[in-house]
Ligand binder design. Sequence first.
Ligand code: SF4
Length: 286
Amino acid sequence: MESMQINLIQSKTLLTRSSGYLKGVCSHSLNPYSGCGYGLSSCGEGCYVRFNQWLTRGREWGKFVDVKINAKELYIQSAEKEKNWAHQRSIPFTIFMSSSTDPWQPAEKKYRVTRAVLQAMATCPPDTLILQTHSANILDDQETLLELAQRCSLRVHISIEGDRNRLPGLPSPPCSVEQRISALEQLSAQGLKTVACLSPLYPLENPQLFFTRLKSAGADAVIIDHFIEGDGTAEGSRTLKTRLPVAMSQVQEDSVYLPYRNQIINIARTFLPVGVSAEGFAGHYT
Ligand code: SF4
């Protein structure tokens, strides 16, 4: 982590009106950071954001984090206006946090930008709040989450791509599979709505056991999203440029093709409600 560049910035905006893929998921996305301290972990390899040149501005993914130190103030200034904007269009004010960073990445331990924004939401809550993380550090904010769940419809998405901690040739994940399932379990036990996100889906060692574990941990649903159709390109061409598909096929050859996703969806449905790709992120499960 020694080469990580951390920049404290005054951001101009915080709530971004959704476009493209996110439009069906939320009215706004909210990124308390730009860049991600988990970018050099396994999830950073196929991370869709690393291809966003507007965001990276030529910087290497995983080597920079811009900390939006004025995020709380920006939220307070703009939330009411953005809520009205959504309601005028007859859509709920739904915030997805976060679409291009992890709200509980290592920098959050020090800067607590995510926490400050969540606390600010108490005064002007969204209608729906979707929190997505790869990190068990979300447990640091359990109390705030419980308070927010009283004021809005809250869903916590914990990213758990599969039941293996390592794929060949890839670095370790931000947080072990066990730690993430345990975080999901602790949040569920508090009565929070939790969803396990297999996004992008990795080859599973024992699908039945994995879904049994997620179900007994209290997950309300799972989201299954393959890099094909899931990485913003129809054929998964962005991900095909990374080391992820090779690592996946070394473990299980057919896992890099869409029928594998469908096979896993069918197994998952015998255990839990399943949402596929954008439908799942939007909270639609069958
Ligand atoms: S935690 Fe999320 S945003 Fe960060 S590198 Fe991993 S997938 Fe990308």
